[in-house]
Design a protein around this ligand. Structure first.
Ligand code: NDP
Length: 303
């Protein structure tokens, strides 16, 4: 079986156009340009390029960005003060603190200092908790899981009643992905670094989501024929032929798994572009919520 390739670049381009049109209509209605503040601490090269990509996407969609770059050795109090200022700034509708943070900083305190209604990454403990509670909506759904949901919806891949296996339990991807799929009535198993005999678990998955950060961890023999495989991993592997001396690969051994799965996302060009597109959607919704009173965290109106 040759898997259908879920083209994240193409789907994300449509969502970016969707956001741009709605940002323009919102600006015409309210006179307000949605604004996103990005906070980058330290000089982690991948984080710098992610923040740059997010800023470029905002600019293309008509969203203002306010960028704050702090040195790696910044103290907790300075970060908290900055977040306090951004929380009160009406020009700033969304606040994004790029993770990971330097290890001396208290991530929990920092993420909890972002007001719920400006938490466009959806990492505040209250937003994460609400995501898991039926009948309670979060203000925002984290961008990577939301982007994966958008891809599954667009490809017509059902979720309710399916068996989903998620590799990874991080705050950014694995855990919110699991909560989201549970919300949508999948039967969910979460695996992590202490899970024995991963292959026995992954072979049960109708929907397998890998968010680990280990190149090629998921091999063909770990996948049930016909499964849908979503590769979140972004790993740099050395490649002397590549212009930058490295290339990007996912957590899934693509060729092997594509021969078995019914659908698969490539790396690059799969989940990554969707994450950026969903940040635009969430920032627009933050502005709508703050100025017009209500915005659903779900993709209820689709493309
Ligand atoms: P983290 O390092 O925070 O989490 C990795 C998770 O994988 C942990 O839960 C860890 O378990 C688990 N894990 C580690 N080794 C194994 C193993 N051998 N088997 C099963 N589980 C394992 O990473 P992130 O969640 O932040 O990111 C994961 C990957 O996704 C990275 O490659 C990252 O670059 C990428 N990413 C891509 C995005 C996109 O838009 N495409 C967005 C965000 C991240 P434990 O909890 O026990 O340590």
């Amino acid at each position: 079986m040759a898997a259908k390739i879920l083209d994240g670049r193409a789907i994300a381009a449509r969502w970016r156009d969707w956001a741009k049109a709605r940002v323009e209509a919102f600006r015409a209605r309210t006179g307000h340009v949605p604004g996103l503040a990005t906070v980058l601490i330290g000089d982690h090269p991948a984080s710098q390029s992610y923040v740059q990509a997010k800023q470029n996407a905002c600019a293309a969609a008509g969203i203002r960005t306010f960028h704050y770059r702090l040195p790696a050795e910044v103290d907790q109090e300075t970060v908290m003060k900055l977040l306090g200022t951004l929380a009160c700034n009406p020009e700033v509708n969304g606040i994004l603190v790029q993770l990971p943070l330097p290890s001396h900083l208290d991530e929990e305190e920092i993420l909890s200092a972002i007001p719920l209604e400006k938490d466009v990454d959806g990492f505040h403990p209250m937003n994460l908790g609400r995501l898991g509670l039926k009948g309670r909506d979060p203000y925002f759904i984290p961008c990577t899981p939301l982007g994966i949901l958008a891809m599954l919806q667009e490809a017509g891949i059902p979720i309710a009643g399916r068996r989903a296996v998620i590799l990874g339990r991080s705050r950014i991807v694995g855990l919110p992905m699991a909560l989201l799929l549970l919300r949508l009535d999948a039967t969910v198993t979460i695996c992590h670094s202490r899970t024995p005999d991963l292959a026995t678990v992954t072979r049960q998955a109708d929907l397998l989501i890998a968010a680990v950060g280990r190149p090629g961890l998921v091999r063909g023999e770990m996948v049930q024929p016909g499964a849908v495989v979503i590769d979140v991993g972004i790993n740099r592997v050395a490649d002397s032929q590549a212009p930058r001396g490295y290339r990007l690969v996912g957590d899934v051994a693509f060729e092997e798994v594509a021969a078995i799965a019914s659908a698969i996302t490539p790396v690059p060009g799969g989940v990554g572009p969707m994450t950026v597109a969903m940040l635009l959607v969430n920032t627009l919704k933050a502005a709508q919520r703050q100025l017009e009173g209500f915005a659903s965290p779900w993709l209820e109106d689709g493309l």
